[in-house]
Design a protein around this ligand. Structure first.
Ligand SMILES: Cc1ncc(COP(=O)(O)O)c(C=O)c1O
Length: 334
């Protein structure tokens, strides 16, 4: 509650508005919890028991959205695509035609479990005049690829601090449209207390701030600093840096005869999913990269994932030099 922190909080909110390109959003703030809680906060605010939600699923995190929406009592209409493919916007729109009373449509902008980028701008244009809210999981996209919350007509976006924003984990930046806030105000069921957007607004935006919960002060300082770096670099320059790093890694992987999982037209720069060649022990390679080269890469997420390595080049790590380091370590280990 220190007044100096209130000033820093106000700057964090302004910097987040800039990062999301959301100057007109009804509310922008960092929730004091990780990306999963941002997801849950959105679903718990925008859905009431019995509401229909159309959810794009093309990997592990789309599946998690289905799981949480089901837990909040929604009627879920999943629209599926294969791992590595984006969910087709025409299939999402067909689901909306079949369920015109749907309250929410949700997609994962950057599916970290496969490296696929969703054409979110196009989806925003398609649903703009419809009576359905658009929610986007921007956990891996914020700060790494183009994202324009206002211009694309997104109603609820959540992200994290630990990926392309380049801060420690622990907070979930949210952007909420005025239209979505209006929908929340008309709810008949109460919202979960710790995710109550009005109460959070009264701490993060109202001055003097009203206590809601004790905030993670050190996480806020770190996010503040990371967002100042984002602003100093400039969004376009940051997206281009991620694009150059991703291209260097992906070209290098392909030139070694390895295959990528994602559809090349929808390949994320910041997350590269590499299919594990036959006869190679995926886990052994991950362990050797970590123990011998100090490089941690991921494996497939969840039981239905194809066998893969997932290499993230995000935030500070999104450079051609780091891509080259990863490639030579991979050469040594393979
Ligand atoms: C696309 C996506 N959504 C949601 C999450 C969950 O975020 P967190 O692990 O911060 O709870 C992640 C985490 O990697 C993610 O990549």
């Amino acid at each position: 509650m220190d007044p100096d922190l209130a000033d820093i909080n106000a700057e964090v909110v302004d910097l987040l508005r800039a990062a999301y390109q959301a100057p007109d959003a009804g509310l922008v703030l960092p929730l004091q919890a990780t990306g999963t809680s941002g997801m849950e906060a959105g679903l718990a605010q925008l859905l009431e028991p019995g509401d229909t939600a159309i959810i794009g699923v093309n990997g592990f995190f789309g599946r998690r959205i289905v799981e949480i929406a089901t837990r909040v009592g929604a009627e879920v209409v999943p629209v599926e695509a294969d791992w590595g493919q984006p969910v087709a916007n025409e299939h999402l729109m067909a689901a909306l035609e079949a369920h015109p009373d749907a309250r929410l449509m949700t997609v994962v902008h950057a599916e970290t479990s496969s490296g696929a980028l969703h054409p979110l701008e196009e989806l925003g244009a398609l649903v703009r005049d419809r009576d359905v809210l658009l929610m986007a999981d921007c956990v891996t996209s914020l700060g790494g690829v183009e994202l324009a919350f206002d211009a694309w007509g997104v109603d609820f976006a959540y992200s994290c601090t630990q990926k392309c924003v380049g801060a420690p984990p622990g907070m979930s930046p949210l952007a909420v449209s005025e239209r979505a806030l209006e929908r929340v105000r008309r709810r008949t069921h109460p919202v979960p207390y710790s995710y109550d957007l009005q109460l959070l607004h009264d701490y993060w935006v109202k001055r003097p701030p009203v206590y809601h919960n004790t905030v993670p002060v050190l996480g806020i300082y770190a996010l503040h600093e990371a967002l100042r770096e984002v602003a100093a670099e400039g969004l376009s320059a940051r997206w281009e840096r991620h694009a150059r790093a991703g291209a260097a890694l992906q070209d290098g992987v392909r030139s070694r005869g390895l295959e990528l999982l994602a559809n090349p037209e929808h390949q994320l720069p910041q997350l590269t999913a590499v299919l594990v060649p036959d006869g190679v022990d995926a886990k052994q390679v991950q362990t050797a990269l970590l123990r011998e080269h100090g490089i941690e890469i991921g494996g497939g997420l969840g039981p239905s994932a194809p066998s893969m390595w997932r290499i993230g080049l995000m935030g500070h790590n999104a450079t051609v030099e780091v891509a080259e380091r990863v490639l030579s370590a991979l050469d040594a280990v393979l």
